[in-house]
Each structure stands twice: as C-alpha cells, then as structure tokens.
Design a protein around this ligand. Structure first.
Ligand SMILES: [Zn+2]
Length: 196
C-alpha cells in the first residue's frame, strides 16, 4: 500500500523520490520521482529565460494532478515529435554555436548549445543536421551548470577551464547541454540535430 503521507514519496505514483533538496519539487509542493519525470519530461523540456541568463525547469510549474493527467499527452507528443523528425531516435534543438580555438596539440572545438527535444544524446553518438547532408560524431558533452555559456563572464569560464572540468556522458531527454565536436561542420542556431 502506498503511503502518501511520506514526504519523500512521489506525489504521482507514491514511489520513492530519493531526491535531495528541492530539485524535483512540483508547483504544489509535492515531489516527483525520476520515473514519473522521465515519462513526462518531453512535455516540459528545459527552457531559457528571456535574457538567456537562466535555465528554467518548466515541470516545476505543474502540479502533481496536472502531471498525472499529462501521461497520455506526453506519449502522444513524443509520437508527434518523432513523426516530425522522420522517426530519428532523437532531436536536439540548437540554440547557440560557438567555435573555440584550439591550443598547442589541442583541436578546435565546435560547441553546440541547445536542448534534447526527445531522445538522449550520448558520447560518440552520430548526429546529422536536419535538411543538410552533414553528420558527425559527438566527441564530448559539457554540462550546463553555467548558463548562457557563450556570452558574458561565462564564456571565459568555458574557455579557461576547457571541457575537461564539465564533462558529461549524455544530454538526457528534455535537458539542455552542450554537444562538442572536434570535426568542424556547418551548424547554425535554429538547426535540429537528429540522432542516427
Ligand atoms: Zn512517481
């Protein structure tokens, strides 16, 4: 039997949220577990604030009741996205592109900042630009603990520390992140990267 009085229980399925802090809090103060969030995140992907200074977790503006009601809708939305993007196993919306000059023995790095609309983009996955015949392997992935990585003071953070200190293995569905390519190819803001 599910104990909804447990404050660590998921407000939707009653499962353990195993969450520290307030990261998985919903608008009504209830918590959501990773399973329930995974099932609905496609409807509530990370957004950027108007000035690009913050990443907004849109699921946090939803109540547990609304979230519960959105399971079917999330499934449909995912199907629609897959149809729109030719049934690729993932689609990544490009927000900003920045080329970082290499140094001695360091290759030039093409940094592509955006979010995974659906699917999971992992290290060494091959992606292509939708509508153009260019494809490349993902050579590194950087986390977005710093936001707006290519402007203001955060640009120097990425430049000085390089990618080594921000390495991640994947950008999960609905999340923002930076895909890094050693091979230069033609990607522009607004493009969609499809996972092959
Ligand atoms: Zn749950």
């Amino acid at each position: 039997m599910t104990d909804y009085t447990d404050h660590t229980a998921c407000g939707i399925c009653g499962g353990n949220t195993r969450s520290s802090g307030t990261q998985n809090l919903l608008a009504d103060g209830s918590r959501i577990c990773c399973n329930c969030l995974d099932r609905t995140i496609v409807l509530y992907p990370e957004e950027y604030s108007e000035d690009g200074s913050r990443i907004i977790q849109t699921y946090r503006m939803v109540t547990a009741a609304q979230m519960k009601a959105s399971f079917v809708k999330a499934h449909q939305h995912r199907e629609e996205l897959m149809e729109r993007y030719g049934y690729a196993s993932g689609a990544f919306e490009v927000r900003e592109v920045k080329r970082l000059k290499g140094g001695f023995f360091e290759p030039e790095l093409l940094n592509v900042f955006g979010r995974a609309l659906y699917g999971r983009f992992a290290l060494f996955d091959t992606v292509k630009v939708m509508g153009r015949p260019v494809a490349s392997r993902i050579d590194a992935i950087s986390k977005n603990s710093f936001v707006r990585p290519f402007s203001g003071k955060n640009a120097s953070v990425l430049k000085e520390e390089g990618i080594r200190d921000h390495v991640r293995t994947a950008v999960d569905e609905g999340k923002a992140g930076i895909l890094i390519f050693k091979k230069n190819f033609d990607i522009r803001p607004g493009d969609i990267l499809l996972k092959l």
